[in-house]
Ligand binder design. Structure first.
Ligand code: GUN
Ligand code: ZN
Length: 431
């Protein structure tokens, strides 16, 4: 048995805060304790109370660090670690010029393994303890990522990308091989340890109707797997999709036709939506995923957060590396705040920190395991330093409330503000 007691300021959410004055949605403690045993949180609360449960245990004192649940990144491309910051193109050219060639390299299992190591380290360096990841088309890339995550006991939701057209040969599969490889990966990884499988047709443009049929079969045969793809990110993408699927009422209808909508479906971007599409997403419980840094970098457009929320749709939020420009969920919140500002919408700090923790966990249906500091959940924990840079420290001199402090972290924070990241109770920084 391994047991540790973490001490520090503590913040955890019980539900989404409705507005910045809604302080009932969270617990904040100036002197908190989290008792971790064998990778699980067994108690959390005021330090003085928690320490009574284990008076002999080793205490790791993170004060004045702020402990909260590890961040969850709801959409990220593992084989794009070397695509980040590729110059000048919007979506389709960016895919053709930079992304597909880079993903071709993941046919090589050794390359996939080396990059998986870097990828997982980058996630935890930035405070992210769970990711929902696209792998490349190659089965070896998904094997490398699942295997690396398992070695670290890290919760990982991932899938081999299915793509059988409109890309170079090196990143194409076939309807049958995409089915067979996905099926084998599900058998090997889904539900094993902390791994979950996401059936991953890349997007309508790179899948023939025959491959979409295979995705439908996989989804029907494995209703407990997630489904991830992309939707309505860019105008040229939407126009090309309409040409390829002339029968479809709109872009979403392609996925709807093949039985790919529902509460376990995660649709990256979802920016330029028609009224019918919004209605269908609401009705089926399908989740859009907001990717702020990517939407700005690729010039894709402004995600209508308030409009979707008003329809009862719950969205995830994500980096979308390598269209996205930072692994940091804090920087993701920063750019998300600005995208909402451009539409006269608001992303207040309490809601922002709920979103990247419990909010994303709720979208995944995983709040029993991740996203909070509740007893019984997995000990994925981040310790934040709001004074990590001289500029932040100076700004913090004028901060009086928790909400103000969180807003400084939301706007100015990045990996320098991550003092420590625990994955299943094990510290990752300086390890
Ligand atoms: N649409 C299809 N593939 C991709 C991808 O890799 N990144 C982004 N941002 N959009 C996509
Ligand atoms: Zn993406």
């Amino acid at each position: 048995m391994t047991e540790t007691l973490l001490r520090g300021r503590l913040l955890t959410f019980h539900r989404e805060p409705l507005e910045s004055s809604d302080t009932e949605a969270h617990t904040y403690l100036e002197d908190g304790g989290i008792l971790v045993r064998d990778g699980l949180i067994v108690a959390s609360g005021p330090f003085a109370e928690v320490v009574r449960e284990a008076p002999e245990v080793e205490v790791v004192d993170h004060r004045p660090g702020l402990m909260m649940a590890g961040f969850i990144d709801m959409h990220i491309h593992f084989p794009q670690v070397q695509v980040v910051a590729s110059w000048g193109a919007q979506l389709l050219d960016w895919l053709n010029n930079y992304t597909f060639p880079a993903e071709g390299e993941y046919a090589n299992a050794q390359h996939s393994r080396a990059m998986a190591r870097q990828f997982c380290s980058l996630l935890t360096d930035h405070g992210t303890t769970t990711a929902v990841a696209f792998c490349s088309v190659h089965k070896a890339s998904a094997e490398a990522l699942f295997s690396e995550a398992a070695d670290r006991n890290m919760r990982m939701i991932a899938g081999k990308t299915m793509m059988d057209r409109n890309a170079p040969e090196a990143v194409l599969d076939t309807p049958q091989s995409s089915y067979d490889d996905s099926k084998a990966l599900i058998a090997d990884w889904h539900g094993k340890g902390r791994a979950s499988y996401a059936i991953t047709p890349r997007f309508a443009i790179t899948s023939t109707p025959e491959q979409m049929e295979m995705a439908r079969s996989l989804a029907a045969e494995h209703p407990d797997c997630y489904i991830q793809t992309h939707l309505s990110e860019n105008h040229a993408e939407i126009a090309f999709t309409a040409e390829l699927y002339p029968e479809a009422r709109d872009y979403l209808d392609v996925y709807e036709t093949y039985g790919l909508l529902g509460p376990r479906s995660l649709l990256g971007h979802a920016i330029h939506l028609k009224e019918r599409e919004i209605g269908a997403m609401a009705e089926t419980g399908t989740h859009p995923v907001f990717c702020p840094t990517s939407n700005l970098f690729l010039g894709s457009g402004l995600f209508d957060d308030a409009g979707l929320r008003a329809r009862g749709i719950t969205s995830g939020i994500a980096t979308d590396i390598g269209g996205g420009t930072s692994y940091s969920m804090l920087q993701t919140l920063n750019e998300g705040y600005k995208i909402l500002q451009l539409q006269d919408q608001k992303l207040h700090a309490l809601r922002a920190f709920h979103w990247i923790t419990r909010g994303n966990a709720e979208v995944l249906g995983m709040t029993d395991w991740i996203g909070t500091l509740d007893a019984g959940t997995e000990a994925d924990i981040v310790v934040l330093d709001p004074r990590a840079t001289p500029a932040m420290a100076l700004r913090m001199e004028k901060v009086e409330t928790l909400a103000d402090e969180l807003f400084v972290l939301q706007i100015m924070g990045d990996d320098r503000s991550i003092a420590q990241t625990y994955v299943a109770g094990v510290p990752q920084k300086g390890a």
